[in-house]
Ligand binder design. Structure first.
Ligand code: C5P
Length: 478
């Protein structure tokens, strides 16, 4: 492992102690989180841990930290005890200035702004202990370690921490497996009979969708011509001689024999090569499956990646509370409602992806590729569209993708870099943090995935500066 587990666990213990002290004092704790799967998972874990202690709390998901400051200005942050999950580390100086007189716990994995902490604050961030917050642990993992330090029974949340890490695409080790501190969480979950891991094809709806629909529903990676195309997938499978039905019954992925799975995999490679798409896309379709064995096999909760998509759908459609409730453990009607939210979200995403293929939507600049989502792509969903597209092989891998969508007076930016660019030293999070600040906006994130909000009237100048800076960074790296 790359970092110091001992120093990380020390701050974890300090944060757990502070939260326990709050609970003892009868504090009313206000949790703020971001709106993606990792955010809702991390919030669900901490909220679940607080509920176990009978603590009083409320939780709120925000698309950006700006909205926290707005709530603060409007007097809506009444609690003296504030807990951030999946946000906060990048904005320490401003947080200190604005809420330095309150008690604060930050559980995050974004690159932190180096700052001394005010009295009464705890900050748990893997980067400060030599761990990579982009690939070794996510906010959910941080929340999990703190929850477990509060009460061993919170090991029950280990699968949710894995869901958060998968939602943040941290499965970057060989065979799409999790590594670093995440692998300690996987061990906890497996040892406690909550999780099974095995190698297989990674298709969406593996346990309950007819296999052609599972292939059509798979968007990570995105396979041009098959993702979102049900009849094309049906024809593709039958052309390979893989029966889609057994009598009257549709076959699901788990019904396929190993020979049929191999045939499917080889067929996909041939499909990609024939279309001049990188065959490496197919490699993303095999790897480690994370199965939440206590969940019903007929739900999206059984597979870690599908669970993460469900949470993303909630967070990106103003239904974050549903996702937080499911991450905490709610099922029944709440789960049914999230499944409806998911279907709508997937339909919206499919429309956005279709829009992207229209002429003029994608513009090649010298060093970046710009996806102009305008008002068509919802600003909350532009990040999902960016992630899907960057896994599609349709875009050049030697330029980062900068996806933009209108968000009123601001423009929302979601940036993604390929593994090759990151290996060459490109750090989109650092670039966007600095440049967005210079343009009166806010930005940050990781080397592979970063984001920013920029005043709308300055976007063209911003993009041309970004294009130049990315070019300089890449030529300096050689
Ligand atoms: O929104 P999106 O998923 O594209 O963001 C990618 C990463 O950048 C996330 O980790 C997010 O928290 C971070 N980000 C940020 N500041 C912003 C926008 C995004 O730190 N203004």
């Amino acid at each position: 492992m790359s970092g110091s587990l001992e120093s990380f666990m020390q701050v974890v213990a300090d944060a757990a102690e502070r939260i326990r002290k709050w609970v003892k004092e009868g504090a009313y704790i206000h949790i703020f989180t971001h709106n993606d799967a990792d955010a809702l998972s991390s919030c669900g874990i901490i909220a679940g841990a607080l509920r176990r202690e009978d603590a009083a709390f409320k939780a709120r998901s925000l698309p950006r930290i700006e909205e926290f400051f707005q709530l603060l200005d409007e007097g809506y942050v009444e609690s003296e005890y504030i807990l951030f999950t999946d946000m906060g580390s990048g904005y320490l100086p401003e947080l200190k200035r604005r809420v330095g007189d309150r008690e604060v716990v930050i559980l995050d994995h974004h690159a932190p702004a180096e700052e001394a902490l005010p009295y009464g604050w705890s900050h748990v961030n893997p980067h400060q202990h030599g761990f990579d917050g982009a690939t070794e642990i996510s906010a959910s993992g941080v929340a999990y370690f703190v929850a477990k330090a509060m009460n061993e029974e919170n090991i029950s949340y280990s699968p949710i921490a894995i869901v958060g890490a998968l939602g943040d695409l941290q499965d970057k080790d060989s065979k799409r497996s999790l590594r670093g501190l995440n692998s300690l969480i996987v061990d906890d979950a497996v040892k406690n009979g909550l999780l099974a891991t095995y190698d297989d094809l990674i298709l969406y709806g593996r346990n309950f969708r007819p296999v052609h629909l599972a292939l059509a529903s798979t968007t990570s990676p995105y396979i041009p011509g098959l993702s979102g195309q049900e009849s094309a997938c049906y024809n593709f499978l039958t052309s390979l001689g893989i029966p889609v039905k057994n009598g009257e019954q549709w076959r699901v992925l788990s019904d396929l024999t190993s020979e049929e799975k191999e045939k499917l995999f080889n067929g996909l490679i041939e499909y990609l090569v024939a279309r001049n798409l990188p065959s490496s896309i197919a490699n993303e379709l095999v790897g480690t499956v994370y199965e939440l064995v206590r969940e019903d096999p007929w739900t999206y909760l059984r597979d870690g990646r599908e669970f993460a998509t469900l949470l993303n759908a909630c967070g990106k459609t103003d239904n974050a509370w549903l996702g937080i409730a499911v991450a905490m453990g709610a099922r029944g009607e709440v789960l049914e409602e999230t499944q409806r939210v998911l279907e709508n979200y997937r339909a919206q995403l499919a429309r956005s992806i279709e829009y992207v293929t229209k002429p003029g939507v994608i513009e090649q600049m010298d060093n970046i590729v710009v996806l102009k989502g305008g008002e068509v792509i919802n600003e909350r969903q532009v990040s999902s569209v960016a992630s899907i597209l960057s896994s599609s092989g349709m875009l050049p891998r030697d330029k980062p993708l900068i996806a933009i969508a209108d968000a009123g007076v601001a423009v929302k930016i979601s940036a993604r870099a390929s593994r090759e660019l990151v290996e060459r030293g490109l750090d989109l999070g650092a670039i966007l943090s600095k440049l967005a600040g210079e343009y009166g906006g806010r930005g940050g994130g990781h080397n592979v995935a970063a984001g920013a909000d920029i005043p709308a009237e300055r976007i063209l100048r911003f993009l041309s500066d970004l294009d130049r800076i990315v070019g300089e960074a890449l030529s300096a790296a050689g």
